[in-house]
Design a binder for this molecule. Structure first.
Ligand code: MRU
Length: 349
């Protein structure tokens, strides 16, 4: 059994154990988180990352944050729950799975109104476990629905990391690849290294090597040439937030890949659970884009690669317009073509 990306250890007094993704691929190290500030820090610093995993961590973070109030009144516990939720929501802004998971936890607490604080805390842990189990099932379903889109003997390009490391199980974008590979399809995966933090090189390449899927690492700037050479028949990526019209926020560089894919007639598939849709936003223009520290670009992994004093712009995500997305694969099926009507119909299922 591979080491799980994250899991809860013990009963309500237990802890959240995560793989520290900042240390991959060099070291596979698990760390134990025992309070909500540690969870906030782990999300913020990308020790745990990727939209579904951020949501799962936040759900367990709520338990860690409120359990200290189990000895007080119900009102005190609810005040603490609000504080913890607001705190965790501020850790990263783009992936809507974070807000989605926190809302689920709040609703679970609301349904337990009138129960004792220890019962409410136990109920919150049960809800976090339920979200975790749903996430596992979601990965498998996305893989099943999406794998038929990948042809035998074909090349697939992916950007960033949307594999086992971002979920409780099998990933989203990589789930298509894993299911197709396990069913005997011969795929070759081109992995964008994904500047500036190299989630493709450090994490996706690591996952593919671990599972024996043939893979070639390329710099982000090589995607156009690789497509021009006819090596890629499909692009598969994950998503951090999808607006009602199908505009997709994902790791910075996805939009560029989508434009290149469209120029070469290569379909771009987005794999994401229904918890990644944000129907409150009509288009992707309103999706908040996280801005990260300049040092990620000027001092990537410790070494200065730019002069002091140069201006730096470091948005962590971009928005790919729906017109460039060939299909969205969620746990309920395939949305194709991608438009507001099809999305609303799928989410209403
Ligand atoms: O900054 P990160 O590493 O959290 O960004 C992750 C991505 O952009 C993933 O592609 C996205 O969360 C989808 S994961 C199913």
């Amino acid at each position: 059994m591979p080491t799980p990306t994250l899991h809860w250890s013990g009963d309500v007094n237990g802890s959240l154990v995560i793989i520290d993704q900042t240390r991959l691929p060099g070291e596979l190290v698990e760390i134990e988180l025992t309070d909500v500030d540690q969870v906030w820090h782990a999300i913020r610093t990308l020790q745990v990352r990727g939209a579904p995993a951020i949501g799962l961590s936040a759900a367990y973070g709520v338990v860690l944050g409120v359990r200290g109030a189990a000895g007080g009144s119900e009102a005190e516990l609810r005040t603490r729950l609000s504080e913890v939720t607001v705190h965790l929501a501020a850790s990263r802004p783009t992936a809507v799975n974070l807000a989605w998971a926190l809302k689920r936890m709040q609703q679970a607490a609301d349904q337990l109104a009138g129960r004792t604080p220890p019962e409410i805390v136990a109920g919150l842990l049960a809800e976090a476990h339920a979200i975790y189990e749903e996430d596992r099932a979601m990965c498998r379903a996305i893989g099943r629905h999406g794998a038929p889109l990948l042809a035998d003997n074909s090349g697939v390009l992916t950007h960033c990391n949307a594999g086992a490391l971002v979920t409780a199980d099998y990933g989203t974008a990589l789930a298509l690849i894993f299911v197709a590979h396990e069913s005997g399809k011969r795929l070759h995966v081109y992995v964008d290294e994904t500047r500036p933090l190299l989630q493709g090189a450090r994490l996706t390449a690591w996952e593919l090597v671990q599972r024996g899927v043939p893979a070639t690492l390329i710099c982000d700037s090589m995607a156009a040439q690789v497509m021009r050479e006819g090596r890629v028949q499909a692009v598969v990526v994950g998503a951090d937030r999808i607006a009602a019209n199908g505009d997709v926020a994902n790791k910075i560089g996805t939009y560029q890949v989508a434009l290149v894919a469209a120029a070469h007639g290569v379909p771009l598939y987005v794999a994401a659970p229904t918890s990644t849709f944000d129907l409150s936003l009509t288009t992707g223009d309103a999706i908040p884009i996280e801005q990260r520290d300049r040092s990620e670009i000027t001092h990537g992994f410790g070494r200065a690669t730019a002069p002091e004093g140069v201006g730096v712009y470091n948005p962590a995500f971009d928005v790919t317009p729906a017109r460039l997305v060939s299909a969205i694969i969620c746990e309920r099926g395939v949305i194709q073509p991608v438009n507001a009507e099809r999305i609303a119909a799928m989410l209403a299922k």
